[in-house]
Each structure stands twice: as C-alpha cells, then as structure tokens.
Ligand binder design. Structure first.
Ligand code: AOS
Ligand code: ZN
Ligand code: ZN
Length: 385
C-alpha cells in the first residue's frame, strides 16, 4: 500500500477552546461533569486530545471568552501541557450594542467599539505568538430596506483595512463567511465570493476561512476549496457537520464522503504540502456527547478522510481523466474512499508510540473521572445559552 505517513504527519488539526465548555441550543444547555472553569483548564483538555491522537497540537482561543491577565503565562502553560496557542477568534456579536451590526453598524460609535475589539485581538496575538486572527461577523439585516446594503460593505471594508494595517508581517487575517444566521435577510459576509473580494482588496495576508457548516444545502464545497487554493487565498477551515443549518456537529459525522472530497481537493491544490499555510480547525460544540472524546472522534474523522484522499492513485486518475474514461476516473476515487484506513491509522499512531485506539486509551486513563471530581462549577462555552 502507498506510504501515506508523510502526508498524515503534516496534518495538524486545531481544536477550539469553546468545544470543551458546556454548550447547547437556545432551548437547553445540558451541563456535563468536569467541564473547564477557566481557559487553563480548557487547554488542559485540549492537550489530552493531542496526547492521544498526536494530531491536534494547537488550541484556538476566543476573546473575550478566554480573556486572561497574562497571555504569556497562558502560552507557557499550554507549552507545558504539550500544545500551543493558535488562532485568536474575535467576538463582535455578543453585546447589546451590536443589535444592528458591529463593524457595519450605521452608528460610527458602535463601529469604533467593534474595530477597537478587533485591534485588541491583535494585541492578544502579539502576546500569545499567534499567527491568525479569525473574523466572523454576525452583521446583516432582517428586513428589506432596513439599511443600505452597499454602505455596509464600505463600512466593513474600512474596518478590515484598519485591522489589516495593524497585523504584523507574519500574521494573517482570516475572513469567515456564513450565508445566514443571526441575520435572515442579508448577511454582510454571506459567501466565499464576498470574503475573497475583501481579502483581495486588503492584500496577501488576508485569507478566506471556509466553515463547512456555513453553506446552503447541496453547495459543492470542494469546488470552493479548489477555487480558493488556485488563487492562494484558502486560509483555513472551520470543520464541522451540518444536517440543517449551522449545526456544529462533529466533522465527518453527517457526510464523510464530502469530507473526503474536500481533502482530495486540498491535497490536489497543495494544501497539505510541507510549505502550505492552510490551517485546519474544528469549530464545533458537543451538546450531548462527552467533549474531549468528541474532539478526538472529530480529529480521527479528519484523519480518516485525509488518509483515504492520500490513497488516491493520482496517476491512474489522471490517465482516466485524460482519456475521457468517466467511470474509470470515478472508480479510482471510489476505490480510495472505500478503503478501510482504520488499521493503517492505528499503525501510524503506534509508530509514534501512541495507542492505536485513542478513545479507548483516553477512557482507560481515568482523566474524565479525575476532572469530574476536581472541577466543580464548570463554565458554559459562551455559545448557545
Ligand atoms: C459562527 O457561526 C462561526 O462559525 C464562528 O466561526 C465561530 O463559531 C464563533 O466565532 C465562535 O468563535
Ligand atoms: Zn466557524
Ligand atoms: Zn458557525
């Protein structure tokens, strides 16, 4: 069998700090035992995911949910636990001031407040050593005529330009899109085209973040991935699964075949090459399942899809494509997809001194029992109250 270990070695999946806290829907948040009470404990949990999977070396922070006095101390703690701090996620959607928008709000006072928060996030990046600032805006309108759609784009461009001017040479601005929710008529960054246009206007350090849950049903996400890679603007993924809208379920749970197709385009476009800067992140909430295990399962799902994509016989695929062999080409892809890669991934882990079955090893470790006894009064993730 083809040696795919080099490709797997390069696959690093960032886990989000908010996945470890309690979460739910607007109907109910089901509290779980042992959830973290502060950012340090979230990092300790993220470190478990990396310790058992060997593929989740960084953790994304969310400001202000993970606000601390001393970010250097948080970064040092993370290092101590065997992980590093990753992407900084901004939050300009939770204050009453943002009811009509943040950086696109008609009132310049609110726009100033929102932009100042984004600049504060860059200060945090400087302190944590993070490369990426991820911006997701809930901004939009609910009713036709509510605000001037075009003026809102101008306000967005102005704020982004100010943040872009502030980031360092080695830092990037990721602009995430989402087609609806919480705005229901227009969203100010609804799609990859809008995100890309703003990134192109800003410059090379501005890149698009593709959240797999942020598309209308039936959208061909792998096409978007191929297109963004072609122009060097695929910055990152927020991986998760959707059945209906922005469900934030475990990546690969709803449609592992879609995930395989996405990873095929990533590999085809150089997104897993040694010099690639594409960031792979999870953006999920575990409302009813155990959180650390949920993150492990998700990391493993991405690894499985990637392993299958790495197994594609690219020479045979190209030959079939070039000779117009439609079924042959499709068959090459399906052969790879239908391969059971679990034994191969277990071998990959064992070669690194890890357990072949990370979840079984984690369950046997007693970590969950330990944190359940030690941590009383864990926090909500900040999501879904
Ligand atoms: C919101 O729908 C987006 O997916 C965001 O990426 C993210 O979930 C939020 O910013 C939490 O940090
Ligand atoms: Zn997201
Ligand atoms: Zn989302």
């Amino acid at each position: 069998m083809t040696d795919i270990s080099a490709g797997l070695d390069r696959l690093a999946i960032e886990t989000p700090s908010w996945a470890y806290g309690n979460s739910g829907t607007r109907f109910k948040v089901f509290a779980q035992a042992g959830v973290p009470r502060d950012p340090f404990e979230k990092i300790a949990d993220a470190a478990q995911v990396h310790a058992y999977t060997g593929a989740a070396p960084t953790v994304a922070l969310h400001i202000p949910w993970d606000k601390v006095d001393d970010y250097a101390a948080l970064a040092a703690y993370a290092k101590d636990q065997g992980v590093e701090l990753g992407t900084i996620n901004a939050n300009v959607f939770q204050d009453d001031d943002y009811m009509l928008g943040s950086v696109t709000h008609p009132d310049p006072r609110v726009r100033r407040k929102a932009t100042d928060h984004l600049l504060e996030c860059v200060d945090v990046m400087d302190a944590t050593g993070s490369r990426d600032l991820k911006l997701w805006f809930s901004d939009g309108t609910n009713y036709p005529g509510q605000d001037d759609i075009r003026a809102r784009q101008d306000r967005l461009a102005e704020a982004l330009a100010e943040v872009y001017a502030r980031i360092g040479d080695d830092q990037r601005l990721q602009l995430e899109y989402k087609f609806f929710e919480p705005a229901f008529y227009t969203t100010d960054v609804p799609d990859w085209g809008t995100s890309l246009l703003h990134c192109l206007a800003l410059g090379p350090k501005a890149v698009v973040c593709v959240d797999t849950g942020h598309h209308a049903p039936g959208t061909n996400i792998e096409f978007i991935v191929a297109q963004l890679l072609r122009v060097g603007r695929l910055g990152a993924f927020d991986f998760n699964s959707r059945f209906y809208a922005d469900d934030d379920l475990m990546v690969g749970a709803a449609d592992p075949f879609q995930l395989f197709r996405i990873m095929h385009e990533v590999i085809r476009g150089g997104g897993l090459d040694a010099d690639s800067e594409v960031a792979f992140m999870l953006d999920q909430c575990h409302n009813i399942e155990p959180k650390v295990q949920g993150q492990m399962r998700s990391v493993m799902n991405v690894q499985e899809a990637t392993a299958k994509a790495l197994l594609i016989d690219t020479a045979a695929l190209k030959a079939a494509q070039n000779s117009g062999d439609v079924l042959g080409a499709n068959g090459v892809l399906m052969d790879a997809y239908n391969t059971d890669v679990r034994p191969l991934l277990a071998e990959w882990r064992e070669a690194k001194g890890l357990a072949g079955d990370p979840i079984a090893a984690y369950k046997a470790s007693g970590y969950l029992e330990k944190i359940s006894a030690e941590r009383v009064g864990g926090n909500q993730a900040g999501w879904g109250a």
